[in-house]
Design a protein around this ligand. Structure first.
Ligand SMILES: CC(C)(COP(=O)(O)OP(=O)(O)OC[C@H]1O[C@@H](n2cnc3c(N)ncnc32)[C@H](O)[C@@H]1OP(=O)(O)O)[C@@H](O)C(=O)NCCC(=O)NCCS
Length: 179
């Protein structure tokens, strides 16, 4: 069920490309950044990045969506990764929105820009009526991104053994996202 339009995405400032095997070095750059990985379970080894790649490349093959690598369109600099993927949360199948940007790109509204685009794709192209995202309670920046993309806090959950907040976006509740 591949949708060709999803291979490359463009927002006003971001060019996103479907995850490919040759992106492994870029993804590892994110996995070696302490400020980013402090929120995402800690630094990852080369082997863990390789496992991440295998899992997320297989996800694309199976479902026709997944993680994209992100570049700043104006400079073509790699800025991070983000996307949508199937996840089991509290034993229930969910579609999770995920993102992580290198620190030099923070606080310019870029994660919000991409998260909003993912919500639109999830809803219009992939037909999902709801999406979730999990974030640590202290990760206020991520919670702001989710609120601005139309997500609402739903409950606490244990995710990968740590306390997280689960946010949910619903198709009928997203008419007026926070500004
Ligand atoms: C979370 C993350 C993606 C945000 O990216 P970003 O491009 O900086 O996000 P935006 O600029 O779109 O929005 C950030 C918002 O958080 C706010 N913010 C940033 N740091 C903050 C802090 N320490 N405390 C409170 N608010 C903060 C910003 O002011 C902005 O909100 P505003 O628009 O109301 O002013 C980025 O910080 C990141 O990659 N972090 C590490 C990985 C991560 O946490 N991923 C998400 C896991 S759930």
């Amino acid at each position: 069920m591949a949708i060709p339009e999803l291979e490359c995405l463009l927002t006003s400032r971001i060019s996103a490309e479907r995850l490919r095997p040759e992106h492994e070095e870029l993804i590892h750059r994110v996995h070696r950044d302490e400020s980013v990985m402090a929120w995402l379970g800690g630094l990852r080894s080369l082997e863990e990045t390789h496992d991440y790649m295998a899992l997320n490349l297989a996800h694309w093959q199976s479902y026709g969506f997944g993680i994209w690598t992100l570049r700043e369109t104006a400079t073509e600099r790699f800025m991070g990764r983000g996307g949508l993927r199937n996840a089991a949360i509290d034993g229930r199948p969910e579609v999770e929105l995920a993102y992580g940007l290198l620190p030099e790109f923070w606080n310019r509204g870029l994660a919000t820009e991409f998260a909003r685009h993912l919500v639109q794709i999830g809803s219009d192209d992939l037909g999902f009526s709801d999406l979730v995202s999990v974030t640590r309670p202290e990760n206020v920046a991520s919670q702001r991104v989710l609120a601005k993309a139309g997500f609402q806090p739903e409950r606490q959950t244990l995710f990968k053994g740590e306390l997280h907040l689960l946010y949910r976006w619903r198709v009928d509740a997203s008419a007026e996202p926070a500004r």
